[in-house]
Write a protein that binds this ligand. Structure first.
Ligand code: AMP
Ligand code: GLY
Length: 425
């Protein structure tokens, strides 16, 4: 279908990146964003909206004549907003609440992986401090403790300090304790209609707040794609050993997963393991994967949302690399310092191969200020990873954001060829 009117739901950097890529599809006639952020407000019609209110999203989609609704974040998906949109007779890219449990509950995801024979870390579901202590001792350090429910990327602790692991579990309620996985991490996004799956380019995220992977976990401080060090066959292997059995298991349970299956992997010395599933595009990996996509994203998502993905051939890609560096507000991932002024070039208009994606920004008397933890993403593309990285960091240095900070080492080791090759998949 062409002449699509598309509504993107969400307000973060991922939704800004989705809007940019969907708007670039010549088959998309109009794009709306709700509620969006100052970056999207600048470019597309926007609508104030409670994104967790399925009836409100469906009503807005009907009012603007949307043929396709794309739901960005996990919270509305887990709350059933995609179900409400579909019930109103509008195609929606995003899984049902039942299928979004793959992200909404770590324990549910583990059950599905075990039933589907998908390689993942051994784990135990723990409800009491004693169960946690026994599980920690069974797996040994480093300890991995995960809050069962949604936690905006901050529910997981990986530590060698047993007391800290116990304290995190006590603060979380029900947790999953699991064995530690070594090796580099990969994010692979798969667009699916529940039956067919189309993989995007693999990317790597930087989860820890500080350089050299120091400090606590965040939602993600930067990313790059594709992965020059990835072993050949990585994507095919993940499609075969992870995605196909997971989709089949979800269908067998009567809750097919249609939308974006985010496969978070660790390429360990013993072979690949799934670290987590998410039910939506990753943030900030989306900011680097979508600028490389040459296929028309709006039409591909529409095909997935209408069960016709098998008609879409493999996706095509630009032969380039992309890097995003996230600028966060001081204090993040603790309480961020909000209200700090942001100035600089390119805050609204892309120049050459560089653009800025807004996430936690707000307008205060027409001035741009920080309003959340992750505030902006500076994205650059280039013929090589090194060049994309250099351009991204040059543009970050042009930002005037005194109450913000960023990592200095996004994609550094990969661009320098320092990531050891992975031999076992
Ligand atoms: P998750 O929310 O499950 O993706 O966990 C967030 C981050 O914690 C992951 O991206 C990893 O960096 C780290 N992590 C999670 N599980 C493990 C594990 N079993 N072993 C090592 N690191 C992990
Ligand atoms: N970048 C990690 C996530 O989106 O969950």
């Amino acid at each position: 279908m062409t002449d699509l009117t598309v509504l993107v739901v969400g307000s973060g950097g991922r939704e800004h990146a989705l809007a940019l890529a969907i708007a670039a599809d010549p088959g998309v006639a109009a794009l709306h964003v709700a509620p969006g952020n100052p970056g999207t407000w600048h470019s597309w019609p926007s609508h104030a909206l409670d994104q967790l209110d399925g009836a409100a999203v469906a009503a807005l989609a009907t009012e603007i004549g949307a043929a396709l609704v794309v739901i960005g974040p996990e919270a509305p998906l887990v709350a059933g907003v995609a179900d409400a949109v579909r019930a109103a007779g509008i195609a929606c890219f995003g899984p049902s609440a039942a299928a979004a449990r793959l992200e909404g509950s770590k324990q549910f995801a583990k059950d599905v992986m075990v039933a589907a024979g998908v390689p993942t870390a051994a784990s135990r579901f723990c409800r009491t401090p004693q169960e946690v202590a026994e599980a920690l001792d069974a797996y040994g350090p480093p300890y991995v403790v995960k809050q069962d429910g949604l936690a905006a990327g901050k529910g997981v602790i990986v530590t060698t300090d047993r007391e800290q692991a116990l304290a995190h579990a006590a603060a979380c309620g029900d947790v999953v304790v699991e064995e530690y996985l070594d090796g580099p991490e990969v994010s692979l996004f798969v667009i699916t209609d529940g039956t067919s799956g189309l993989p995007l380019q693999p990317a790597q995220d930087f989860k820890r707040v500080g350089d050299g992977d120091s400090g606590p976990n965040t939602g993600g401080m930067g990313a790059y794609a594709p992965l020059p060090w990835a072993p050949p066959g990585l994507v095919d292997t993940v499609m075969e050993r992870v995605v196909a059995p997971t989709l089949a298991e979800m269908t067998r349970r009567g809750t097919p997963f249609a939308g974006l299956l985010y496969v978070g992997l660790a390429l360990t010395s013993r072979g690949l393991r799934v670290v987590e599933f998410n039910a939506r595009f990753g943030d900030p990996e989306t900011q680097v994967v979508l600028p490389l996509l040459a296929s028309p994203l709006g039409q591909v998502l529409y095909a997935a949302a209408t069960g016709r993905l098998a008609d879409v051939g493999p996706l095509s890609w630009r032969d380039e690399s992309a890097v995003v560096v996230v600028a966060a507000a001081d204090g993040y991932p603790g309480t961020p310092h909000t209200g700090g002024a942001i100035a600089g070039p390119r805050l609204y208009e892309s120049a050459d191969n560089v653009h800025v994606v807004h996430a936690g920004t707000a307008l205060c008397d027409a001035n741009l200020v920080a309003a959340g933890g992750r505030v902006l993403g500076v994205v650059a593309t280039g013929p090589t990873l090194q060049q994309a990285r250099d351009d991204a960091y040059k543009a970050v240095a042009d930002l005037d954001f005194p109450s913000g900070f960023w990592r200095g080492d996004i994609a550094e080791r990969a661009a320098a060829g320092l990531i050891p090759p992975v031999t076992t998949l």
